[in-house]
Design a binder for this molecule. Structure first.
Ligand code: FE2
Length: 327
């Protein structure tokens, strides 16, 4: 199916992805991973939750770790709207698509709409999150990989064409995509609201499941420093793929796994995409430079491992076209 034309005037205005809530088994172990190793900052914590933000972020949180009996699952993915009344228009939009909607109480977030996408992925939208004092020049606080901000989500979808069509309707625009040459169906797509390569990406596979949450860092050298830190502090088995440079997005990357198996990408140096007439870049699934510009293939786990969304049973994809997988 061809990539849909961008909807430049959607019913409501989402400005960017905002946060994710991940279910974890042991809050102390997760705090060590996300704070001492990655370098995120705690903005609140209790016996059940830890709220974190990255160094450039003024909003209260970009990641919530939630103690859970079902660790290794994802509670919700969060997005910020441009204005308060975008939330009402979002409610109308999702209801018109037959999706459930409800207003929910979320600490620090103001009025929050909980809904789900066409695959059942739990999504929440808010406009006004509590704002915190800037810390980006408090260099004494920088640790780990020096994460500056959350950058994107990537999820497995059992029907990437359907996912792309749905998100296109509310204004997400495709920047790059991979097509299966034989079926002409989408195998993967990268879609944005904020003017980078993506806020949300879809990868063919048993879905919906979360593939990864990505954080932006200042330079590739920060990724090398993180690898040295992880390799000498007991986290060597948590390093899954990379470092490298993606063909798609041109970003420098590293993939690691948190103590509950949630995949985190460390990411930097993609490009600006704000032009409304930006033409998407097409990639062939069998192009060895698609995954990694330098030609190295990703391991099998990268195409198979994901974390499920609470209450959503994944469905196997019909599409069996395979990317290049490392031996
Ligand atoms: Fe990514």
């Amino acid at each position: 199916m061809p990539v849909p034309a961008p909807n430049l005037f959607p019913d409501f205005n989402t400005i960017r992805l905002s946060h994710a809530c991940l279910n974890v088994k042991d809050l102390a172990a997760s705090k060590t991973f996300y704070c001492d190793i990655l370098g995120l900052q705690v903005t609140d914590e209790s016996d059940s939750h830890i709220y974190l933000r990255a160094m450039e972020e003024r909003g209260h949180h970009c990641l919530i770790l939630q103690k859970s009996d079902t660790p290794g699952t994802v509670e919700v993915m969060g997005f910020k709207t441009f204005a308060e009344d975008d939330l009402d228009r979002a409610k109308t939009f999702f209801e018109s698509k037959g999706r459930p909607t409800e207003w929910v109480e979320r600490p620090y977030q103001g009025r929050t709409l909980l809904t789900s996408d066409n695959m059942g992925i739990p999504l929440e939208f808010y406009h006004k999150m509590d704002r915190l004092a800037p810390i980006h020049q408090k260099y004494e606080l920088y640790r780990g990989v020096k994460p500056l901000r959350i950058d994107h989500f990537n999820v497995f979808s059992h029907d990437v064409d359907a996912s792309v069509a749905f998100y296109s309707e509310f204004g997400f625009r495709v920047t790059e995509y991979t097509e299966d040459d034989e079926s002409k169906k989408l195998w993967a797509a990268w879609m944005h609201r904020k003017g980078g390569v993506h806020d949300m990406a879809f990868t063919n596979g048993t879905g919906p499941r979360m593939h990864h949450v990505a954080f932006w860092v200042p330079t590739p050298l920060n990724i090398i420093d993180l690898l040295d830190l992880m390799a000498t502090t007991g986290y060597v088995d948590s390093i899954e793929r990379g470092p490298g440079r993606h063909g798609i997005s041109n970003a420098f990357f590293l993939y690691i796994l948190d103590p509950d198996g949630h995949r985190i990408e460390i990411y930097c140096s993609d490009y600006q995409t704000v032009d409304p007439d930006l033409e998407p870049i097409k990639w062939d699934l069998k192009d060895p430079q698609r995954q990694t510009l330098w030609g190295a293939a990703a391991p099998r786990s990268w195409f198979e491992h994901g974390t499920t969304f609470v209450g959503v049973e994944p469905i196997e994809s019909d599409m069996k076209a395979s990317p290049i997988i490392a031996p």
